[in-house]
Design a protein around this ligand. Structure first.
Ligand code: DGT
Ligand code: CA
Ligand code: CA
Ligand code: ZN
Length: 586
């Protein structure tokens, strides 16, 4: 996606947020938010468009187009600057606290003079929220928890934001004269859900041109250390975490140490400690320079990771598994699972179009899925009970017709064949029921069902809710099962063991939602689910063409959960998949 698109989208979103905070027209705020979404998902480069073309983007009218043009010309938007000036920074920071909307943030500012997260924390502890209108008995507890989440979020950058930075840097370093290899390492290579700093490793005889390629990048805002073996810089991310930039460490090593260095700097530290213990027991010494004979100091191997692990009697461990959760033992025994790969995925089973809250048309989304080489592709727009999406049975049936016609025309155009599944994303109501009656549900090829409301139910109610949804003979996949938003909203309180049991019994798959702000089911629960016999669907929940590329994060998350292709229903051939989707129905 073009960089200008995400910049413009962020500004429009900020404008919407500021309108809300300052008590402006809520309807206008919603329009700006919608425009932000379509700009973010727009397939061309917004930075290059004139007025007429801008206005063709859904949700962009005359006044928004004018603002984008002003931004293109001057780099600022006057009205946004005015709004920024009218709302203290601290109050904006308050809105990053989950459970505190813009209106209540402004109320705290006006009534208590609270203008930062720290001041809010102090006000809560001093009991100053007592009796404040709109802040009931549970408010203090919820806000305390929200503050904790917001503080944690500001400390680490989401995986996709860090990955975009790393991709750019790796490309620049690889292009430098003399660069033999360059790869991301650290938590990013392990597909951790958030990243503290970006570690990049490169191999060259002379490091200077590589270091210069990094420090010369326009996105670099500060050079912290500039040395021959390690250079550290800060790079702008355009994401609020860590103050809008992230540290990048580039290490350049001699090509002959590549394997040992990559192993060392990939971590995790806990994995490395466990691997070094294996080395010590074999009278060897492992460092970033190589594997050495502990007594003589002679180098044994260092060229590739595979050689290093092999000399320790271990199979090569895929980076997402390197967290010291049993992978060292498994690698010694030689029975690591063969992990699912991006290329195993035959189709996406959870995607949206502009019939509900997506920004691309059915034909555009399907064309993008086909370009990815998918054999099948499910369209799962929202169902009627998510009222703001205004879905109706008539619209749904008309879409089904459109899907069938599109499938026929694609079959006739001589390109790669693709099977289209007409599905829906149902809403799991508080009592576990879903939107449509059985006779309507029966007409879909696939039904994802998700929690979109009543996130605060007590554990036993929430568990009963999920169990009932899974027992519904038409519900095939539980979408984003915990409903968490990384750094913004904790997952719902549910008895996961009970959920896994009912999924396995009923043939209901759990989604691994690839959206980088969800990554849900979270990696730490995936192994337990698989051990209970659960199957998974790795989906993107795409609302724009570009979102189909989020798949890599879902696959990385599945790998962190040790999944094989066999565990994942959308790696299966279509006939096996459709048999699974029948859930034993005749
Ligand atoms: P992060 O940056 O917090 O998301 O997590 P990592 O895992 O990327 O940690 P980081 O950046 O501190 O270091 C990258 C890898 O380098 C780490 O996973 C293991 C290795 N490493 C770095 N410094 C040390 C160290 O002092 N001791 C050990 N054992 N390993 C280290
Ligand atoms: Ca790191
Ligand atoms: Ca680091
Ligand atoms: Zn969805």
């Amino acid at each position: 996606m073009a960089r200008a698109n995400s910049e413009v989208a962020d500004l429009l979103q900020e404008y919407a947020d500021l309108l809300r905070i300052s008590g402006g027209d809520q309807f206008r705020a919603r329009n700006y938010e919608k425009a932000a979404k379509s700009v973010a998902g727009y397939s061309g480069d917004v930075g290059a468009l004139g007025d007429a073309d801008l206005r063709k983007i859904p949700g962009v009218g005359a006044s928004i187009a004018a603002k984008i043009i002003q931004y293109q010309r001057t780099g600022t938007i006057n009205e946004l600057e005015d709004l920024r000036a009218s709302v203290p920074d601290g109050v904006r920071a308050l809105t990053s606290i989950p459970a505190l909307g813009p209106r209540r943030a402004l109320q705290l500012y006006h009534e208590l003079g609270v203008s930062s997260i720290d001041e809010l924390a102090a006000a809560i502890e001093a009991g100053r929220l007592h009796g404040l209108k709109g802040f009931g008995a549970r408010s203090a507890e919820k806000l305390r928890h929200g503050i904790e989440l917001a503080r944690r979020a500001t400390g680490r950058t989401p995986l996709h934001v860090a990955t975009e930075v790393a991709d750019k840097i790796v490309a620049a370093v690889r292009a430098a004269p003399g660069c033999q290899r360059c790869e991301p390492a650290g938590s990013l290579r392990r597909f951790a859900e958030t990243v503290g700093d970006v570690d990049v490793l490169a191999a060259a005889a002379d490091s200077a041109p590589l270091m210069a390629a990094l420090t010369g990048l326009p996105e670099v805002t500060e050079v912290i250390v500039h040395g021959p073996t390690k250079t550290s810089v800060r790079v702008a991310t355009g994401h609020p975490a860590q103050g809008g930039s992230i540290q990048v460490d580039l290490r350049v090593i001699r090509p002959e140490c590549w394997g040992a260095a990559l192993q060392y700097f990939t971590g995790s530290q806990a994995h490395n400690v466990a691997v070094r213990e294996i080395a010590v027991r074999a009278k060897l010494k492992l460092s970033e320079y190589g594997l050495f004979d502990a007594e003589t100091g002679d180098l044994i191997v260092s060229g590739t990771e595979e050689e290093v692990y092999a000399r320790l009697g271990m199979a090569w461990v895929p980076p997402p598994m390197r967290e010291d959760t049993g992978e060292v033992k498994a690698a010694l025994r030689g029975d690591l699972p063969v992990l699912v790969q991006d290329s195993d995925i035959r189709g996406d089973l959870h995607t949206h179009t502009n019939l509900t809250d997506g920004v691309a048309t059915l034909a555009e989304m399907v064309a993008a899925g086909r370009t990815r080489g998918y054999e099948y592709y499910a369209i799962t727009d929202h169902a009627p009970n998510l009222f703001m999406q205004r879905m109706t049975t008539e619209k749904m049936l008309a879409q089904r017709e459109q899907v069938r016609r599109l499938e026929e025309s694609l079959a006739a155009d001589g390109g790669a064949p693709i099977r289209l599944l007409h599905g829906t994303e149902l809403n799991i109501a508080a009592d576990g029921s879903v939107d449509w009656p059985d006779e309507v549900l029966a007409g879909f090829d696939i039904r994802v069902a998700s929690v979109h409301s009543h996130f605060d139910q007590p554990r036993d109610e929430m568990t009963r809710r999920f169990v009932r949804a899974c027992q519904n003979p038409y519900v095939n996949v539980i979408g984003h099962p915990t409903a968490r938003r990384i750094g913004r909203r904790p997952g719902v309180d549910v008895d996961l063991a009970a959920l896994f049991r009912v999924c396995a019994e009923t043939g209901t798959a759990l989604e691994i939602n690839s959206h980088p702000e969800r990554l849900d089911l979270p990696a730490e629960h995936i192994r337990a689910a698989r051990d209970a016999g659960v199957k998974f669907a790795i989906d993107t929940d795409a609302h724009a063409i570009g979102h189909l590329d989020f798949l890599r994060y879902g696959v990385g998350t599945a790998q962190r959960g040790w999944l094989t292709a066999g565990d994942v229903i959308n790696t299966w051939p279509l006939d096996r998949l459709t048999a699974f989707l029948r859930k034993g129905r005749p």
